[in-house]
Design a protein around this ligand. Structure first.
Ligand code: ADP
Ligand code: MG
Length: 548
């Protein structure tokens, strides 16, 4: 399905301080954008990345690409940072942000050639970006707890990625996971915390056996094979304190001189350990998970007491269990109380031998998506897809706003931005019009990447929008113009809003650098080596200034 792999090599840094600096900055940034642009959309190409050690990654993911290529150029680096911010804040729309930024810079190059000063362009882009941010509200649909819409959001996020083949199963898991960690705040707002969604994987079974566990899955063996493994309602203790004899006793062993002293010492140690187990019994503990060790001598006593115990539990597992069970993590066993205990059911899974903990307390929360697949490659791809979709669905569920994808919202916004440009005086108008053109890069690229004629597609889309079909977008599989919303191609408004704003910001940053260089070379040029180019640069920039 994917096109031919493309190889990207790192670009050597080159510091230019002459009049080509501006063109160079723009082209470096555009080169990055161009590399990523061809991956946009479900039919985007895969890229093959060859690392410095010869390792090869094949991916369709914009962020992965930007992570992997080694970018020395500071302007190109800015574009990468935009992508990272977009990923962190919205979890999606990275390729869009980068590609639109590249297109804005291309438009800016044309404008600079027409003697429009970068400052004017920056102002125009900023105005258009702010206008777009507000205007997108008009094109937004509310989620209103509609599960089907959320599943469509998840599927849209996974389309074209490795997880696609299983997107229905995975979308359903993702939506249920998000719902499980969604709470209504006192002020009526919706809070979705994907920090309470964990994922686990198991190789060797069908994807359709993947499931959502309402709790934690812990891959640990009990310290003793004969311990009980299943509880309907257990009191569970999470502890940072090891269940071991205290340090003082261990040190004392150094000074023993005869056998009776050793026996006495061992007795003392054993007594201390049995006391600790007694203490757990008195508290009514059924299950104990220690982040640190549990002395071998204690294993037997714990088993005798009917307690299920696990040692060396991961810190992250302990923290997640705390949420799932509504427990407090105890740092000193001697001062543990009943209130510290979590309540939950415990089950040992037959085929995997993993333990499932499900909370019974009112304040317990946290779910685990257990992914199953035939090979680790399949599972890795699924996990990436699920992670992406989780963020996107969380954004959509939390924010509650959606827009139509497939280029629909961009074409509609471009129309509005063009109307807005008409109301703006002077050369800034040109920059605002250019912004509208840059928005349409999205449908053009979706078409191009799908092997369709980009111009025809855009003409069809524009005419549908002129007829009032605000959700008309491209079906990249059939090449037809469809109602993207009805086709289930929907994206969170917030991600789109953020992507467009980030693109404008990135383009402006790159354009602004020239101003800095311009001024820098005039007053306190510390970039000595660039000396000879300096005066030429001034001349070039000076000419630009006059053009404003
Ligand atoms: P990004 O990193 O920007 O999210 P993607 O490669 O995920 O980039 O592509 C997102 C774009 O693909 C969006 O414009 C989205 O509307 C579009 N898209 C996703 N699924 C479909 C589909 N089935 N048909 C048409 N467009 C789609
Ligand atoms: Mg995406």
């Amino acid at each position: 399905m994917a096109g031919q792999p493309v190889m990207i090599m790192g670009e050597d840094a080159q510091q230019l301080r002459d009049r080509d600096a501006q063109a160079h900055n723009i082209s470096a940034a555009r080169a990055v954008a161009e590399a990523v642009r061809t991956t946009l959309g479900p039919k985007g190409m895969d890229k093959m990345l060859v690392g410095s050690t010869g390792d090869v990654t094949v991916t369709n993911d914009g962020v992965t690409i930007l992570d992997e290529i080694d970018i020395d150029n500071p302007t190109a680096q800015m574009i990468v940072e935009v992508a990272q911010t977009q990923e962190d804040e919205a979890g999606d729309g990275t390729t869009t942000a980068v590609a639109v930024a590249g297109e804005l810079l291309k438009q800016a190059e044309d404008l600079i050639e027409q003697e429009v000063h970068p400052t004017t362009i920056i102002r125009g882009f900023t105005a258009a970006s702010e206008f777009t941010r507000a205007e997108i509200e008009e094109l937004t649909t509310s989620v209103d707890g509609n599960e089907e819409l959320l599943r469509a959001v998840a599927e849209t996020a996974m389309t074209g990625k490795g997880a696609e083949a299983n997107k229905e199963v995975l979308a359903d898991l993702v939506v249920r996971a998000v719902q499980a960690v969604t709470i209504e705040a006192d002020d009526g707002s919706t809070i979705v915390d994907v920090g309470f969604v964990e994922s686990g994987t198991e190789i060797g079974r069908g994807v359709e056996e993947s499931e959502l566990v309402h709790g934690a899955v812990i891959n640990k063996d009990p310290v003793h094979p004969d311990m009980p493994t299943d509880f309907d309602e257990a009191n569970i203790l999470l502890t940072l304190d090891p269940i071991e004899a205290s340090e003082a006793d261990v040190d004392a062993s150094v000074t023993v001189t005869d056998a009776s002293q050793i026996d006495a010492f061992l007795d003392a140690e054993e007594e201390e350990l049995t006391e600790k187990v007694e203490l757990l019994k008195d508290l009514g503990v059924d299950v104990v998970l220690a982040q640190k060790g549990i002395d071998d001598v204690a294993h037997h006593y714990l088993k005798e007491a009917g307690i299920l115990a696990m040692r060396r539990t991961n810190k992250s597992d302990i923290q997640f269990l705390r949420e799932v069970l509504g427990a407090r993590v105890v740092s000193d066993l001697d001062s543990a109380t009943k209130e510290d205990l979590g309540r939950g059911s415990v089950r040992r899974h037959e085929t995997t031998d993993t333990f499932r903990f499900e909370g019974l307390n009112d304040d317990s929360h946290g779910v685990t998506i257990m992914l199953r697949g035939s090979t680790s490659t399949v599972i890795d791809e699924m996990e990436r897809g699920v992670e992406d979709a989780l963020d996107v669905v969380a954004t959509a569920a939390g924010d509650g706003r959606l827009v139509a994808g497939g280029g629909a919202v961009e074409v509609e916004l471009a129309r509005h931005v063009r109307d807005y440009a008409d109301s703006v005086e002077g050369r800034q108008q040109l920059a605002i019009e250019a912004f509208a053109d840059a928005l349409e890069l999205v449908p053009r690229t979706l078409a191009e990447n799908a092997g369709l004629d980009a111009i025809d597609a855009l003409v069809d889309l524009r005419s549908a929008h002129d007829d009032g079909k605000t959700n008309a977008g491209l079906d990249v599989f059939s090449g037809e113009v469809v109602d993207s919303y009805e086709a289930g191609v929907v994206e969170p408004t917030m991600a789109k809003q953020q992507a467009i704003a980030s693109a404008a910001e990135a383009a402006n940053l790159v354009l602004k650098i020239d101003d800095v260089l311009d001024a820098g070379e005039g007053d306190d040029d510390e970039g000595g080596p660039g000396g000879p180019g300096g005066p030429g640069g001034m001349g070039g920039m000076g000419g630009m200034g006059g053009a404003m």
